[in-house]
Design a protein. Structure first.
Ligand SMILES: Cc1ncc(COP(=O)(O)O)c(C=O)c1O
Lengths: 154, 406
């Protein structure tokens, strides 16, 4: 196991200064997620425009460095993407965390992929995987405008 | 008391964890097990196994005697006045559920109040919440003060004409506060109110004397007392066990079963329905012997020394913020580090073999009050040493380094 892989500079930096940590004005969809065992929680706000593109995305919540960094990076990457594209990126990320070695989506450039891959360190820490995935599952709920609170414990 | 010698009695410390010596600071969650307890389970299953209290063959009689010997040991250990005041359960959670269920059935009605505290573990809140739903009772909370303790005065303030039972922890599993149980009980009794004590954290660390404490119910968890999982104890005054209805129904707890009616067995069988955790109960006797051999007074003294050492050392570590500062405190230190989430602390400490817990420790009410979603917690057992605490401090410094904190 390697702590340096888990706590890479990018993660620490995003964890400390999360991007998009606010509440979008006039959001059109939102969803809450929590991680009952450790108390992490996140609330995602989405604003889609008439073409179903993400005009703005933001989040509120608190949690460990991994979960904050994950939400921060995620919100940066999906802005400007279409609904369908967002779903593809989410699926690709979750597949990578679960089993695949790499990201395969062509919707992200190499730079963006490198950023996301920084989160792959959690694979060696099974108890921490849910920290990295919470905001992503919650984003899916927000896209579906689900009123149910997403929980990583089910 | 020779800690090196005592530590050798715990096989878990023979092995490395991720190439490190194990620094186990999670005993408030569950303690490690000495060899005699582990061996007892193996021996019982290999040479002596039978179900208890039913058949008349040799093994059944011998197993029944062993099972009852644990009851005698527990009675003696906590100085209960009668062996039938000892009921075996699957843990403290079940012990509290047993009381909430049976006492609730018989004595609680709409508008009645159960007084608990903000320090309570979920297992001393949720069972009462069920009654809030089913019987429309109210739950009142005695508040925790700045020091992380609940005082007698606060309890007195919250008692009303409708208070039917008071349920308090003996020793907080978050702040370590030891509550003035004897005084609370004495005051409650002067108002005719019974008291249930969640003794999960009390029993492994404090000298217990039920006749002196005079509480009505005391819940104990075996796995925190160097004993097996799956076993707990409900101590209850005999008058209650005779008075309250049975909890679970099934084999072993009945006297006579007819199509038209059923009569229940005598104590302690009345509350031990079905096949119990026989091997674990029998092995639990070895845990009691282990504690008796070292002497609970010696354990208290040792853990107090560790606590003072740790509070001093971590107190000097300028990023560490210790939660609560109770006058009377057991071997539990919950803390936060500005700028590092407790889960990140726990993961980084784990890499050095330092096992702590991070989260709300099943005390969400308290954490909400503290305004913290989570804390990190180091808790001590008989096998811990000052070296463990030095290592804890060193690993905390490593966390700070990784997170670029001063
Ligand atoms: C204060 C307190 N009460 C109750 C419990 C639950 O005990 P058990 O695991 O025996 O059900 C615990 C243990 O987690 C505890 O620390």
């Amino acid at each position: 196991m390697n702590l340096k892989e888990l706590y890479q500079e990018i993660i620490l930096e995003h964890g400390k200064n999360p991007r998009n940590l606010r509440k979008t004005d006039n959001f059109t969809r939102d969803a809450k997620g929590n991680n009952p065992l450790c108390g992490d929680n996140v609330h995602i706000y989405l604003k889609l425009n008439d073409n179903n593109k993400v005009e703005d995305i933001s989040f509120e919540g608190n949690g460990c460095a991994i979960s904050m960094a994950s939400a921060s990076i995620m919100t940066d990457l999906v802005r400007g993407k279409e609904e369908k594209e967002v779903k593809e990126i989410v699926t690709d990320f979750l597949d990578m965390i679960k089993e695949k070695d790499e990201l395969s989506t062509e919707l992200l450039n190499e730079d963006e992929k490198t950023k996301l891959m920084c989160l792959s360190g959690v694979k060696q820490y099974p108890m921490r995987v849910k920290c990295a995935t919470l905001s992503w599952h919650t984003l899916t709920s927000a896209m579906n405008n689900s009123q149910e609170i997403t929980s990583t414990e089910d | 008391m020779n800690i090196d010698q005592i530590k050798k009695e715990f096989p878990i410390f023979d092995n490395k964890v991720q190439n490190n010596d194990l620094v186990y600071l999670d005993s408030a969650n569950s303690s490690q097990k000495p060899r005699i307890v582990i061996d007892r389970i193996y021996d019982f299953y290999s040479k002596e196994f039978s179900n208890v209290g039913r058949s008349v063959h040799y093994l059944a009689v011998a197993a029944t005697n062993l099972y009852e010997q644990t009851r005698n040991s527990v009675q003696k250990y906590i100085n209960a006045s009668d062996k039938n005041e000892i009921v075996f359960t699957k843990g403290a959670t079940e012990a509290i559920n047993l009381v909430a269920n049976t006492f609730g059935q018989k004595y609680l009605d709409e508008g009645d109040e159960v007084l608990i505290t903000e320090l309570e573990h979920h297992s001393n809140y949720v069972p009462w919440h069920f009654l809030r739903k089913s019987k429309k009772i109210n739950i009142e909370f005695a508040e925790v003060n700045e020091q992380g303790e609940v005082t007698l005065e606060e309890i007195k303030k919250k008692i009303t004409d409708r208070t039917k039972i008071i349920c308090v922890t003996h020793l907080s599993n978050v702040t370590g506060a030891i509550l003035p149980i004897k005084e609370i009980v004495s005051f409650a009794h002067s108002k005719g109110i019974p008291v249930l004590v969640d003794g999960c954290q009390g029993a492994p660390h404090l000298k217990l004397d039920m006749q002196d404490l005079d509480c009505d119910f005391y819940a104990i968890s075996g796995h925190k007392m160097y004993g097996p999982t799956g076993i707990g104890v409900l101590y209850a005054k005999k008058k209650w066990l005779e008075d309250l209805p049975p909890y679970q129904g099934g084999g072993g707890m009945i006297r006579e079963v007819k199509k038209k009616g059923i009569s229940y067995g005598e104590l302690p069988n009345k509350y031990e329905a079905g096949t119990m955790a026989t091997a674990q109960v029998i092995a639990f006797n070895e845990s009691i012997k282990f504690l008796e051999k070292i002497g609970i007074e010696n354990i208290e003294k040792h853990e107090k020394e560790l606590l003072d050492y740790a509070v001093d050392l971590l107190g000097k570590n300028n990023s560490v913020n210790i939660i609560g500062n109770p006058k009377n405190k057991g071997g539990v230190i919950s803390f936060t580090i500005e700028g590092i989430h407790p889960h990140d602390i726990a993961t980084i400490l784990d890499e050095d073999g330092v096992a702590i817990r991070a989260g709300h420790h099943c005390c969400q009410i308290l954490h909400e009050k503290l305004g913290l979603p989570a804390t990190a917690r180091a808790s001590f057992g008989v096998y811990n040493t000052k070296d463990d605490i030095d290592q804890l401090n060193k690993s905390i410094n490593n966390c700070k380094k990784i997170f670029n904190l001063k």
